[in-house]
Design a protein around this ligand. Structure first.
Ligand SMILES: Cc1cc2nc3c(=O)[nH]c(=O)nc-3n(C[C@H](O)[C@H](O)[C@H](O)COP(=O)(O)O)c2cc1C
Length: 214
């Protein structure tokens, strides 16, 4: 769908998901992430960049697993994560929009939980490439987990935490031969509707990931 069409539908509150083909799975148990290998950090940093052209090729489950673990997985005993959060509130939820459904990443059990049995990739942003790239992530702040943070700081702290997760995804992508772009040009209320979010859950950013277009 073109950006213009999305802007028009968005203005009317009509930017909606597409139905999925077949049945969406209620939960997807991810295989163990590959916590070894990858590019040396300095080489991954040297390759980090944004891209806006994606092949349609889906991400294999092991790649999705390692990507989500790199993004915001549990990396140590006690439940610590790969990205920081103020007071360790861990307030960001990573939502995963795939062609066959939208899921929430449950880092504790490294699994995906179905939140919407629809293809809502096109709802995740005004740019046209988001519709057909294999994966759009959505970063959502759950304000209920930030009660210890002063109200005036909650949004900026959550945005900083989401930014750290986004950079983890950039570095994993650079290391694994994937391409990605973080996006703020999004229709937050359309995304919140499509994901069935509650009023204290705030959509912050979206990020597209896939293989580079040949
Ligand atoms: C907070 C933030 C919001 C962004 N929003 C968008 C966006 O909506 N669409 C887009 O194509 N790129 C977006 N970008 C990506 C920037 O355009 C990109 O990082 C910048 O042009 C520098 O390019 P590089 O990432 O390749 O170094 C965003 C980046 C940040 C940090």
């Amino acid at each position: 769908m073109s950006t213009l069409t999305k802007l028009a539908l968005g203005a009317m509150g009509q930017l909606r998901p597409r139905p999925v083909k077949g049945d969406a799975r209620k939960a997807i148990k991810l295989p163990a992430p590959d916590r070894t290998g990858g590019l040396p950090l300095m080489q991954a940093l040297a390759r980090r960049r944004s891209a806006r052209e994606f092949a349609r090729k889906p991400l294999p489950l092991p790649v999705l697993s390692s990507l989500l673990w790199a993004a915001f997985g549990v990396n140590r005993r006690g439940g610590g994560r790969t990205a920081p959060s103020a007071l360790d509130a861990q307030e960001i939820d990573v939502y995963v929009a795939l062609s066959d459904g939208a899921y929430r990443y449950d880092a504790k059990v490294h699994s995906l939980r179905l939140v919407a049995a629809s293809d809502l990739r096109r709802v995740t942003g005004y740019q046209d490439f988001v519709d057909l790239a294999p994966l759009d992530l959505v970063y959502v702040a759950d304000h209920r987990r930030m009660r210890m943070v002063p109200v005036a700081q909650r949004e900026s702290y959550a945005s900083a935490a989401a930014g750290a997760i986004a950079q983890n995804v950039y570095l994993y992508a650079a290391s694994a031969g994937l391409v990605t772009v973080i996006r703020a040009w999004i229709d937050r209320s359309a995304i919140a509707d499509a994901l069935g979010l509650e009023h204290d859950q705030q959509v912050l950013l979206s990020q597209t990931v896939g293989y580079p277009k040949a």
